[in-house]
Design a protein around this ligand. Structure first.
Ligand SMILES: NC(=O)c1ccc[n+]([C@@H]2O[C@H](COP(=O)([O-])OP(=O)(O)OC[C@H]3O[C@@H](n4cnc5c(N)ncnc54)[C@H](O)[C@@H]3O)[C@@H](O)[C@H]2O)c1
Length: 327
């Protein structure tokens, strides 16, 4: 089986690649299939990957039809994670449209041209919701995104649904809540504070949080999101029903509750490195996002959230900090 991951050098892409290589197989609706080739396409160099003969790293633009055509020619599974994230897509409309909308369409068209009906598993986002929202949202909620990024993700979901209905791909779109804890430098997602406020203090650095402590958030760990991308491949079209979009579950809490969990893992010293200085642009975007999701669809399909903020932070320390936190 050949698997292509676009955005394969990103936070989730690298961790998904490592998991697939270590599993050595991916279970689809037809059963477990051995992985013979894993192509990672990204515009930046991937780091943190094992030396493995199955990996092929390709540097380039995932929205370029001339590049992606040959890459998908023999692909059995395409994980489409490459994206211009929320704040960046808001600041540069042309770039967001080019990658998130036209890039997704170009990739689906390339898959269609193969005639092989690959599995096409796309990262969508809770940014698809907006406007007046019910207490909990899910696939039954009408979508009125309030950012260009959210609109581009909605259109991507509809494309995946229609290309699946036509039999060009076998698609799934996973709506991700905020994924934590991102190591390294923050990216230009409006949600990057949720990772930074844990990572920076645990690494001994001060962090100024751009949203107030009472801000509610809905989080899913990177371990669980990787589980979800792997699990999504195993579902049958019949189980998915009228739409290929699935809202992943998350754990709802306030920033203050996250800080409490940070204190349990990193102690008072970690909490003392945090301060708050609200930034209007981030607050406006984050306020528009829902923080409670219905699980009437995701739970029976087998998707699971984390159990506690403390566990999410403990997993981050184990996976990304070699089990050590700054004193
Ligand atoms: N992390 C989250 O909290 C979160 C939440 C909701 C949705 N998502 C979605 O999940 C996916 C992965 O997110 P992530 O957190 O790993 O983000 P990330 O920014 O770490 O990774 C995205 C990768 O895509 C690459 N990329 C961007 N444009 C490209 C292009 N034109 N060609 C090739 N590569 C390109 C970037 O270089 C980057 O490595 C994205 O689609 C994102 O919108 C993430």
């Amino acid at each position: 089986m050949h698997i292509l991951i676009t955005g394969g050098a990103g936070f989730i892409g690298v961790r998904l690649a490592r998991r697939l290589l270590s599993d050595n197989r991916l279970t689809t609706a037809s059963g477990p299939q051995p992985i013979s080739k894993l192509t990672l396409l990204d515009q930046v160099a991937a780091t943190g990957l094992p030396n493995d003969p199955r990996i092929r790293i390709v540097a380039g633009n995932a929205a370029d039809p001339a590049l992606i055509g040959p890459l998908v020619a023999d692909a059995d599974v395409v994980y489409h994670l490459a994206a211009v994230v929320s704040v960046a897509a808001e600041h540069d409309f042309d770039l967001g449209m080019g990658v998130n909308l036209h890039g997704t369409l170009a990739l689906l068209e390339a898959c269609r041209k193969t005639g092989r009906k690959p599995l096409f598993i796309k990262a969508s986002s809770a940014a698809v919701y907006g406007g007046p929202l019910p207490a909990a949202v899910g696939e039954e909620t009408a979508l009125f995104p309030q950012t260009s990024y959210g609109m581009q993700k909605v259109v991507g979901e509809h494309l995946v649904d229609d290309y699946s209905r036509k039999g060009f791909v076998d698609g799934r779109s996973l709506r991700l809540p905020t994924i934590v804890v991102r190591p390294g430098a923050p990216n230009l997602a409006a949600s990057s504070f949720a990772s930074s406020l844990v990572r920076e203090p645990l690494m001994g650095r001060a962090y100024v949080c751009p949203v107030p402590p009472e801000t509610p958030v809905c989080l899913l760990s990177v371990r669980r999101v990787v589980d979800s991308f792997v699990h999504a491949a195993s579902l049958t079209p019949a189980a998915l029903g009228h739409t290929r979009a699935i809202q992943l579950p998350g754990l709802t809490m306030t920033v203050a509750e996250m800080v409490g969990a940070l204190g349990e893992i990193g102690g008072k010293a970690a909490v003392a490195r945090l301060s708050f200085s609200p930034q209007a642009e981030i607050i406006t975007i984050v306020k528009g996002w829902p923080v409670r999701f219905t699980t009437t669809r995701s739970a029976p399909l087998g998707f699971r959230a984390d159990t506690s903020a403390k566990q999410i932070i403990a997993d981050f320390v184990a996976d990304e900090l070699d089990g050590k936190v700054a004193p």
